[in-house]
Design a protein around this ligand. Structure first.
Ligand code: ZN
Ligand code: ZN
Length: 145
């Protein structure tokens, strides 16, 4: 599946079986996504490949370590490789969505906005942030490896 930023200068491709999505409602993800939450995938770096425009990426790093990568031309949030782990964070909204994907878990639901009433009760929810290992295991439960 392909993905790109709004202006199309930055494009990437995910090749192979895709894990499930998570939706994070923390204050940082709300600001980054500009809405109630941020929906993302954490994919193994072997299935991720830049197609073009990697040099157009600007990185913002918060003192806490949170990092946001975005297109320096159009401001779209773009994938962000984990520094110390063999994974890449991919914003779900940047994907062309040519194959069905599914949200598996909602996280940081205790921090949700007062107007956020879109969290389905039947899905797994974490009040705060699970550990990265826990989250990755949960999201990859459908991927054969
Ligand atoms: Zn762009
Ligand atoms: Zn978050």
């Amino acid at each position: 599946m392909r993905g790109e930023c709004i202006c199309g200068e930055i494009a990437f491709e995910l090749i192979g079986e895709l894990p499930k999505l998570y939706q994070c409602h923390c204050s940082i993800c709300r600001k980054q996504g500009g809405s109630a939450s941020n929906t993302g995938l954490i994919v193994a770096k072997e299935i991720f490949r830049w197609l073009n425009g990697e040099e157009k990426i600007t990185s913002y790093v918060k003192p806490t370590g949170f990092r946001s990568d975005f297109c320096s031309l159009c401001g779209s949030v773009v994938p962000n490789p984990f520094r110390d782990k063999p994974y890449v964070w991919v914003p779900a909204g940047s994907l062309d969505d040519t194959q069905p994907l599914e949200i598996a878990v909602h996280i940081c639901v205790d921090s949700k906005a007062s107007w956020d009433n879109q969290i389905p009760a039947e899905l797994t929810q974490y009040e705060t942030m699970p550990t990265l290992t826990e989250l990755i295991d949960l999201l990859h439960s459908n991927v054969g490896r």
